[in-house]
Design a protein around this ligand. Sequence first.
Ligand code: CTP
Length: 403
Amino acid sequence: MAKIIIGITSSIAIYKTLDLVSRLRKDGHPVFCLLTRHAQKMISQQTFNAVSGTNTDSSMFNRKTPGLFPHLDIAKEADLFAVIPATANIIGKLACGLADDMLTTTALAVSCQKILAPAMNSAMWHNYIVRANISRLKEFGYTIIEPDDGMLACGDHGQGRLKDISIIYEIIISFCRSRLVKSKNSIYPAIAGKRVLITAGGSIEMIDPVRFIGNSSSGKMGRELALEASAAGCIVHYYYGNISSEIPPAEHSEHFTTAEDLFNRLVKIIDSIDILIMAAAVADFKPAVCEESKIKKSERFNLPLISTIDVLKSLKKRSGQIFAGFAAETGSFKNNALKKCREKNCDLIIMNPVGGAAGIGSDYNEVTVFEPDGRESASGVKPKNEIAKFIMEKINEKAKQIF
Ligand code: CTP
């Protein structure tokens, strides 16, 4: 079972965390609830301890439990650190590395995955200081469970409601599974515990300060692959471009903009990765020049384009790595897919036909997985989560030969 630290701060959504703690306890996870001083004005430590079944002490001094370095003891053992709900105050403190109570000192001491589920008034959530702090925390590896839109406790409408507690529960469980799945228990034993990097969504190439070349990729396929990889016990790195789907829980996630930006980010990490899955829809062209000022409207306008870097082709693959590319095709499917597989140094190429009900933006997809020697297997039209299972099975088969 996973040892989970839940930091609790003084948002009105605090009562929902009790339900979450109760569910995690019923699943058998030891849960340690660290409350800030203000949170304890709303619900007591004793209530959380009673619900979690653990005797946690959130004070730094005059503690009832023994131990000289309690924030370090609890941090060393944790499999997951989550702050639910997270106020603007804790977000600011964590983004700055402040450490003036048990929760913040523990946050700095843990080396496990960290999650934040913010809840606050929408004006506060959209405040540029909070936005900047959230961006910093993402860079520091925090997974942010974005608040929902709706009616807020203060009567305002907008984004700021704590994400539905069932969804938060699912996310936490998926993290716990990825931490705890041992090779022999994994659905995909050959890839359990491996580092998998998944790219998703579309790249953008700026034309001028307000316009860009992009595409309609939603990131849904990449998200499903990330969820499946986590469930298999992989350590997931998620690099996402322009997306209209939620960022899945991952060990580490990063946002990319252009093809070149993606390439520069991947180069830094690729050697430490076991499996690369390039589901991102990378734009093939970019404007020869990105204008500094907004281009004025005119009757005719020519936009000279040049090629972007081919990210997958340009990455140096070390021995013992698996590269899986995608191929979006409208014709000569097999020939084109196999050509891409060879040229981009891939062990597998996942071809999806463009057009029809399945594919880009849809909840469904249909893929054929090709290997460099021409072997192929087709999935049929399925929801993207089932397609993700199909792809992961093929990668697991490949992993048996390579790892
Ligand atoms: N890809 C990439 N860099 C690019 C374009 C594509 O890394 N500049 C990756 C995609 O993420 C995908 C694979 O290469 O995994 C194939 O992408 P696809 O768009 O199907 O093919 P292209 O190489 O762009 O060729 P074409 O558009 O001519 O079919």
